[in-house]
Ligand binder design. Structure first.
Ligand code: UD1
Length: 348
């Protein structure tokens, strides 16, 4: 019998993570997936291009909730998701990562007694000032199936008393990176378009509220990037939040080229061919490792502890990298198939 899975996405990294899982569900068969886009990320460069490039089915519902404070955003999503879930009556709800869309999806489903599957469960920064950390903790405690990309995630869940339904699944972003690199090699023209030479530039991104919302800290991050740019040019695809702030402040950045947000293939190739990455993004820290490019994380802690331990990533608060080694945690590029199997089991 065909089962119905309702997937909630809303922010850029969720479109990327949902793509390989959707493909794996299609391959496995027996599942009708209903995609709900909360609307959190809404413009073409932050949303539509990912649906096209990554072959994601268009959302069955777009809730168009965006550009609001945390309370209003999460509240409106919760209200609208409940209505959609009551109408669609899914056998399970799938959520991704740590955004406001994640926690709204988890809460709406749990209150309707629909089992929740969380992809990227168990990650912790142990910094409750980050909205993402609150979202993760809540989402995990509401989930029946917890699919962790790493062993550290499994251990974090155990420390919070969550052991049922927990699996070390590997990382779906590794799955999609493998196929993206293979395609981008032939299809991406990003280096030519920006006049860049392989290994002759660094890539930077900033968007975390913890970095952008405090003016003093934001300035510290910008000054740090400007210093790094003295040794080698920096290219920075600008997140809308960061772009709005730079514009409002009239802040110019020395030796840093600001470019519009990129699609997934161009971004994969930009990182693959770079000499280094500097970012406050969780996803990009790991992607840097997938491309075997060293990363500096512009935060005081990270959820991806194995990237630090393996010498491919360092926090901006430390000067040295650990000794380099490979990371086994993220799997072999088949995390999505395992997740599809576990979700089908959950739905019976
Ligand atoms: C969210 C997630 C974060 C994730 C990030 C990836 C939360 C709490 N945070 O942060 O975990 O790593 O997405 O990008 O959910 N905007 C646009 N166009 C868009 C999207 C956003 O202009 O397409 C604007 C919004 O109006 C807002 C700002 O950018 O002013 C920030 O957007 P927001 O939805 O708050 O989330 P992110 O900062 O992206």
């Amino acid at each position: 019998m065909t089962r119905t899975l309702l997937t909630v996405v809303g922010a850029r990294p969720q479109f990327i993570k949902a793509a390989p899982v959707s493909h794996a569900l299609r391959r496995a068969g027996g599942v009708r997936e209903i995609l709900v886009h909360t609307g959190q990320h809404f413009d073409a460069a932050m949303s539509d291009i990912f649906f096209q490039e990554l072959d994601i089915a268009p959302p069955a519902h777009n809730l168009e909730v965006n550009s609001l404070g945390h309370g209003a955003m999460t509240g409106r999503m919760l209200e609208k998701l409940e209505i959609v879930m009551q109408a669609e009556k899914p056998d399970a709800v799938m959520i991704y990562g740590d955004t406001n869309s994640t926690v709204a999806g988890a809460l709406a489903a749990a209150k309707l007694h629909i089992p929740v599957a969380h992809v990227e469960a168990g990650l912790r920064s142990f910094n409750r000032r980050m909205p993402e950390e609150i979202n993760r903790v809540m989402a995990d405690h509401l989930s029946a199936l917890l699919l962790s990309p790493t062993q550290a995630g499994v251990d974090n869940l155990a420390a919070e008393g969550i052991v049922q339904g927990v699996h070390h699944a590997g990382d779906v972003m590794y799955d999609i990176t493998l196929s993206a690199v293979a395609r981008a090699r032939g299809e991406s023209s990003i280096l030519a378009r920006e006049g860049l030479s392989p290994k002759g530039y660094q890539v930077a991104t900033i968007h975390r509220a913890e970095n952008t919302d405090n003016p003093e800290r934001f300035e510290r991050v910008l000054a740090w990037l400007e210093q790094a740019a003295q040794t080698m040019p920096v290219v920075m695809p600008v997140h809308p939040r960061t772009g709005k702030l730079l514009e409002a402040q009239g802040r110019k950045l020395a030796n840093i080229r600001l470019i519009a947000p990129l699609g997934y293939l161009d971004m994969a190739w930009l990182v693959n061919q770079s000499a280094g990455v500097m970012t406050d993004s969780g996803g990009l820290q790991k992607e840097a490792y997938f491309h075997r490019v060293p990363c500096t994380t512009l935060r005081d802690e990270t959820e991806w502890v194995e990237t630090i331990e393996s010498g491919w990533n360092r926090l901006w608060t430390t000067r040295e990298y650990a000794e380099r080694r490979e990371i086994a945690d993220y799997g072999t590029g088949h995390a999505s198939d395992l997740i599809a199997t576990k979700v089908k089991e959950l739905m019976g």
